[in-house]
Design a protein around this ligand. Structure first.
Ligand SMILES: [Fe+2]
Length: 295
C-alpha cells in the first residue's frame, strides 16, 4: 500500500472516531438530562416550617397543617400511593389543597383526580379550594367532580369559612376562596365576619397577596399556582417563569410576608401543558403551629 493510501485511510479512521465520540457525548448529555429531569419531576420533597403566634390557644401548639397544590393529574406511582404515604407520615391534623388537582391542558384525567380525593381525607380532615384549571374544564363535569369530592369527605370551600377546633375545643377560622373570586371583595367580608382572631386563608394564586390577602388582615395564607417558576436557576430559589407573574417571578415558593400576613407558597406537585420542571422538585409543605405567650 502506498504512503498516500495509508494517509487517506488514517484520515478516514480519525474522522469516524470523531463522529463516534460526538454521538457518545450527545447520548451521555441526553441521558444526564433525562436522569436530572426525571428526578426533578418525580422525587417528592418535604418543606417543613414552624409558624409562631401569640394569637392561638395553647391547645394548638404542635398543630400540623399539610399543604398540597397543583397536582395536575400527576400520579406518583400506584394511584399516588407514594404521595399519600408521605402525607400520612407527616401526621397532619388537617390537610389543605390549593387547587389545580385537575389539569385542563393535555392530560385531563378527572377519574384520577377523584381517586385521589377519595383517598386523602382518610388521612386527616381535608379542605380544598379550586384553581384556575378546574374552571377550564366543562362546567357540568366540574360540578359532578366537586359533588363526588364532597361525598368522599373533602370539604370543598367556595368562598366560605369553617372553624377548626383543637382537641380541647378552641378554634381558628379557615377561609377558602374559589379561584374565580380571588379579586372580588368577598374575602374582606368573610374575614370581618369571622368569630376568631386567628384566620387562615386558602387561595390558589399568590400574586394577590399585596392587593387582597394582606389588606383583609388574615394571618396565614396557603397558595400555589406558580409551580416554583417551572425551571429554577441551580443553587438559587429563583424560577424563570410563572403564570400571571411573568419572567423571574417573585412569589413562587417558600414564605412571603406583607403587613401582618404570612403566605406559604407551594411549588406544587405536577405540571400543566409544559411537561418538565428543572431543579424544582414536586413539593409537600408542612407547617407546624407554635403558640407563644403574648407580651
Ligand atoms: Fe397549576
Amino acid at each position: 500500500m502506498s504512503t498516500e493510501n495509508k494517509r487517506i485511510r488514517e484520515e478516514k479512521r480519525t474522522k469516524a472516531q470523531q463522529i463516534i465520540r460526538r454521538i457518545g457525548l450527545w447520548c451521555f448529555a441526553f441521558l444526564l438530562f433525562w436522569v436530572i429531569s426525571y428526578g426533578a419531576n418525580n422525587r417528592l420533597e418535604v418543606s417543613e416550617y414552624t409558624y409562631e403566634t401569640n394569637q392561638l390557644a395553647y391547645s394548638f401548639d404542635g398543630f400540623r397543617i399539610v399543604h398540597l397544590s397543583d397536582l395536575h393529574n400527576k400520579i406518583f406511582a400506584r394511584n399516588n400511593g407514594v404521595l399519600l404515604e408521605q402525607v400520612k407520615a407527616l401526621r397532619p391534623d388537617i390537610i389543605v389543597l390549593t387547587g389545580d388537582f385537575i389539569d385542563a391542558s393535555n392530560h385531563t384525567d378527572i377519574d384520577a383526580a377523584l381517586l385521589f380525593m377519595q383517598q386523602i381525607p382518610k388521612i386527616a380532615p381535608t379542605y380544598y379550594v379550586t384553581g384556575n384549571h378546574e374552571y377550564m374544564i366543562d362546567r357540568n363535569k366540574l360540578e359532578d367532580f366537586l359533588k363526588k369530592t364532597e361525598s368522599a369527605g373533602v370539604h370543598v370551600m367556595k368562598n366560605e369559612s369553617v372553624q377548626i377546633s383543637s382537641k380541647t375545643g378552641q378554634t381558628f377560622t379557615l377561609i377558602g376562596m374559589d379561584d374565580n373570586s380571588l379579586q372580588a371583595n368577598l374575602l374582606g367580608t368573610l374575614a370581618e365576619e369571622s368569630e376568631d382572631d386567628f384566620q387562615v386563608l386558602l387561595a390558589h394564586e399568590p400574586q394577590y397577596l399585596s392587593d387582597c390577602y394582606a389588606p383583609s388582615g388574615v394571618d396565614l395564607v396557603f397558595s400555589g399556582h406558580a409551580h416554583g417558576g417551572q425551571f429554577r436557576i441551580p443553587f438559587t430559589h429563583q424560577g424563570l417563569y410563572a403564570p400571571d407573574q411573568g419572567v423571574l417571578p417573585k412569589l413562587t415558593e417558600g414564605i412571603a410576608r406583607e403587613q401582618d400576613t404570612t403566605m406559604y407558597i407551594s411549588r406544587g406537585l405536577g405540571n400543566s401543558g409544559f411537561p418538565l420542571r428543572l431543579f424544582n422538585h414536586p413539593e409537600i409543605v408542612c407547617v407546624t403551629l407554635k403558640t407563644v405567650t403574648g407580651s
